[in-house]
Design a protein. Structure first.
Length: 212
């Protein structure tokens, strides 16, 4: 199973990132620069997610998006002697896209990545449910282990198919073995659900008409 579970937290990213990167596919994957910041999390939160979006974009032009995830899991949250999240996944899905060719992986510090096209089988309920056919494109990256303070990113380019508001979903999840107990950790843990019956953060940016 390519999907693994994730715990995530967010690091502030330089605003100049999007301005400095060309809006076209690049063959050279360079790690986006980031500003260091102290870890912060709400009580019991296991991941911080920060999304860097374009200030403006054009219909059918490539726009760069970067998702940062920081692990803020601490074993004191559960009272068990566990320091490492065994599997983590960062997932971005695109309800406003119909063609997976309009999503392009750019770079990542995560170990693996995979793109699912509409019609492909995907698991539900954080890997614990049945399979369904994806209704819209999904981009996932996964990491074998994450410890407190670890931060990873996945960067991709997206080509909006129409002008107006462009919406996409972001989530992170992972799993732990606490003695004989299997525990799923996710961010967010309430609110909007996606096609996989999993909670997501809802992000968007404005898309202008194409150049004439």
């Amino acid at each position: 199973m390519q999907r693994k579970l994730v715990n995530i937290s967010v690091v502030l990213v330089a605003l100049a990132l999007l301005l400095a990167l060309a809006p076209a596919c690049s063959n050279v994957a360079e790690e986006p620069k980031q500003k260091s910041a102290p870890l912060t999390s709400e009580a019991g939160q296991n991941f911080l997610i920060e999304v860097v979006k374009p200030d403006d974009a054009r219909q059918m032009d490539w726009a760069l998006v970067v998702v940062w995830v920081t692990c803020t899991y601490q074993r004191s949250h559960f009272g068990y002697d566990v320091d490492v999240i065994k599997g983590t996944t960062v997932s971005v899905s695109f309800p406003d896209l119909s063609d997976v060719k309009n999503v392009s992986f750019w770079s990542s510090t995560l170990e693996n990545h995979h793109t699912y096209a509409p019609g492909e089988k995907v698991y539900t309920d954080y890997g614990n449910g049945y399979q369904v056919e994806a209704q819209y494109p999904i981009l996932e990256g996964d990491q074998r282990n994450m410890e407190y303070g670890d931060k990873e990113y996945i960067a991709f380019q997206v080509r909006p198919e129409r002008s107006g508001k462009f919406t996409f979903y972001v989530k992170a999840y992972g799993y732990l073995w606490l003695e004989t107990l299997y525990v799923t950790l996710c961010e967010p843990d309430d609110g909007t659900k996606d096609e996989q019956n999993e909670y997501v953060q809802v992000h968007s940016f404005q898309v202008l008409e194409p150049y004439q």
